[in-house]
Ligand binder design. Structure first.
Ligand code: SF4
Length: 407
């Protein structure tokens, strides 16, 4: 099995920027920070940031209700001017993480609104970014999402159309056609405010999903970008899976000859993709490859399972039997295609597992040894980081604490 981690997946520039802002602020001040709404639509990353001291709050805080905060982080989606005014009145300092691409949309919309034009935003009516842009037009911009929304347009007024940055290009074009049909007598000016990160992503992902046998889309349950990208994958690859973490994987669907592609949306951190990729590779003893799509060079890594210092693992079955179609029974009966291992190997492995389970008091649990619990500060690190840390600790033990202090 091969595992490809999509290098084009992971945070977009705007999300990376706001997460870095939060991390820097927490590190420099040493005080907890509050964000207005979830800073990112990914539960796992939110959990990591929470451990560092970042929590989310609702808009009631701007009405003076609930917890008191001295500083508030504005997320990448941006906010309407009303939010800034309310915060100022309450004496709350705002740390503005609005993505520059969104700021540009807000400024363009406002300038056309001030010029007396009818501003139309093509996007989701309840999306924070759309609400923010509308706020910059004093709440007068018209949001077009469904066909019935174009009834709200004045067909005789000069019209300016822009899009929520994350909608699909074809979806945007369809709505432009509706608006032009509704306002045939006036000039309808259209500004392409789609985010370049998102525009090319569909095409790249489609290409990636075609290249692999199974797609594992990693993303948060609240992320609409994850759902949209998963639909793109499903269209070209019926064996796509949508997971939040490696715990949701259906590993029984994977076959030894498969190439598994691990990808994610703009709100999925790359470290999580690597963790899921490493998990699959670890379970399958597979080769993990960080692929560059669009024909760029492939970067290859070979991972060996921890605790297998010699090449004997190659003689063992490349998977734990339940990974094969038909499960353990088929594997033990030797009917699995491509299974190049002997029956005695399985028996030996079963005996070893039983011994290990007895030693750890884990009989019947399905585990052969206790789960390794990572210390919180290690959880976000990829495997090589932990190896490095273990090595440093080892050196510290060898040479005494003074060795660690040496430059
Ligand atoms: S998707 Fe684009 S516009 Fe939205 S936050 Fe990311 S970089 Fe900014």
């Amino acid at each position: 099995m091969k595992v490809l981690v999509d290098p084009r997946a992971g945070f977009c520039g705007g999300v990376r920027r706001v997460v870095k802002m939060a991390e820097r602020h927490l590190e420099e001040t040493g005080r907890p920070l509050v964000s207005l709404g979830d800073v990112i639509h990914n539960e796992v990353e939110i959990g990591r940031l929470k451990e560092l001291g970042l929590s989310g709050t609702g808009y009631e805080i701007l009405d003076g209700e609930g917890m008191a905060a001295r500083q508030l982080l504005i997320r990448a989606h941006g906010e309407p001017p009303e939010t800034y005014r309310k915060a100022e009145r309450l004496g709350i300092e705002l740390i503005d993480g609005t993505c520059p691409v969104v700021t540009r949309s807000q400024e363009i919309a406002r300038s056309h609104y001030l010029a007396g034009e009818q501003v139309v935003i093509v996007g989701k009516p309840y999306h924070p970014e759309t609400i923010g842009i509308r706020g910059h037009c004093d709440g007068q911009a018209i949001i077009v999402y469904e066909k019935s929304d174009i009834e709200k347009l004045n067909p005789h007024k000069q019209t300016f159309v822009l899009a929520q940055t994350t909608v699909a290009r074809e979806w945007f074009q369809e709505r432009i056609d509706w608006i032009r049909a509704r306002c045939p007598e006036v000039e309808v000016q259209v500004e392409n405010t789609l985010c370049r990160f998102v525009v090319g992503r569909d095409r790249d992902l489609e290409h990636f999903a075609r290249e692999v046998d199974v797609v594992i889309m990693v993303g948060g349950t609240k992320s609409s970008n994850t759902k949209a990208l998963f639909e793109v994958c499903v269209k070209v690859n019926a064996r796509s899976q949508l997971v939040v973490t490696e715990a949701d994987l259906d590993l029984n669907c994977l076959r030894p000859e498969d190439t598994v592609g691990v990808t994610g949306s703009a709100s999925t951190p790359h470290w999580l993709l690597e963790r899921v990729g490493n998990y699959i590779a670890g379970r399958a003893r597979a080769e993990i490859i960080e692929a560059e799509s669009n024909g760029r060079k492939l970067k290859r890594y070979r991972f060996r399972r921890r605790g297998s210092p010699d090449p004997r693992w190659r003689k063992e079955p490349p998977f734990d039997p339940p990974f094969f179609e038909g499960g353990r029974e088929n594997a033990q009966a030797g009917v699995v295609e491509g299974a190049d291992f002997a029956q005695q190997d399985l028996s030996r492995r079963a005996r070893t597992r039983e011994r290990s389970q007895s030693a750890h008091g884990l009989r019947g649990s399905g585990l052969s040894q206790p789960r390794r619990v990572l210390e919180p500060r290690h959880r976000h690190l990829p495997d090589y980081g932990r190896h490095l840390h273990a090595l440093l600790r080892f050196l510290q033990c060898q040479d005494g604490p003074a060795a660690a202090a040496r430059p």
